[in-house]
Design a protein around this ligand. Structure first.
Ligand code: CA
Length: 228
């Protein structure tokens, strides 16, 4: 197991390094953000311990850039007390977990072990069918390498489809899961939104097979099979 620590406070960084080495981890340390990003994007780590406030590049920027570079190494973000908003932002930026300073080493070790158990390249945040992917943390949707911009509602609808791929979903089921209780939903609202998604995911990619299928009389289904 190889871990990267990106932390500018030498005392904290070195004591984490020492502790992890005693647990037989291989540990690299970067004391500034830019060097941390360089290491994280070129070397192969099992986990990254990332401080939020760093010289040159902040923890948040590193997190975002790594995810944009398609590096999905699990990230444990360190935040100081009182940076509550930052930990929420950190998770939105693609961090997998956070720990508030000061912390006990045993706590950090437990978090690192939990993160390392997750499958690599898929930290549980990516849903997919065929070459279509949706990242529930960064909100990025792609078909192949091409980014697709979706409205919030289109994103929610696609997320629901992908969570139930290969299953037929009725219009009622879709309304109940994608629209909130007091939303004004007309009978053809689902059809309209499925139409929007089709335009962006299928019709925009004429040489690829369509993924959203209408099951007449029942509802819809997302699938990469031709005959559904
Ligand atoms: Ca710091």
């Amino acid at each position: 197991m190889r871990i990267l620590i990106i932390e500018d406070e030498h005392k904290i960084a070195n004591s984490i390094k020492k502790g992890l080495e005693q647990e037989s981890y291989a540990v690299d340390v970067a004391y500034d953000g830019q060097y941390g990003l360089d290491l994280a994007s070129t070397e192969d780590y099992d986990s990254i311990i990332l401080d939020l406030m760093l010289p040159k590049l902040s923890g948040m920027q590193i997190c975002k850039q790594l995810r944009q570079l398609d590096v999905h190494t699990p990230i444990l973000m360190l935040t100081a007390k009182g940076e509550i908003d930052d930990k929420v932002n950190g998770l939105n930026a693609g961090a997998d977990d956070y720990l508030v300073k000061p912390f006990a080493f045993a706590e950090l070790l437990a978090r690192i072990k939990a993160l390392s158990r997750r499958p690599k390249n898929n930290t549980g945040s990516i849903l997919s069918v065929s070459d279509l992917t949706l990242n529930t943390i960064t909100y990025q949707v792609k078909r192949g390498q091409k980014n697709i911009n979706l409205s919030k509602k289109e994103f929610a609808l696609l997320q629901y489809f992908l969570q139930h791929k290969e299953q037929i979903l009725s219009k009622d089921q879709i309304i109940n899961h994608v629209w909130n209780y007091d939303a004004d939903v007309l009978p053809n609202t689902v059809e309209v939104y499925v139409g929007y998604l089709r335009n962006k995911l299928d019709k925009a990619f004429k040489n690829k097979k369509p993924l959203i299928h209408t099951i007449r009389g029942f509802g819809y289904k997302i699938s990469d099979k031709q005959n559904v």
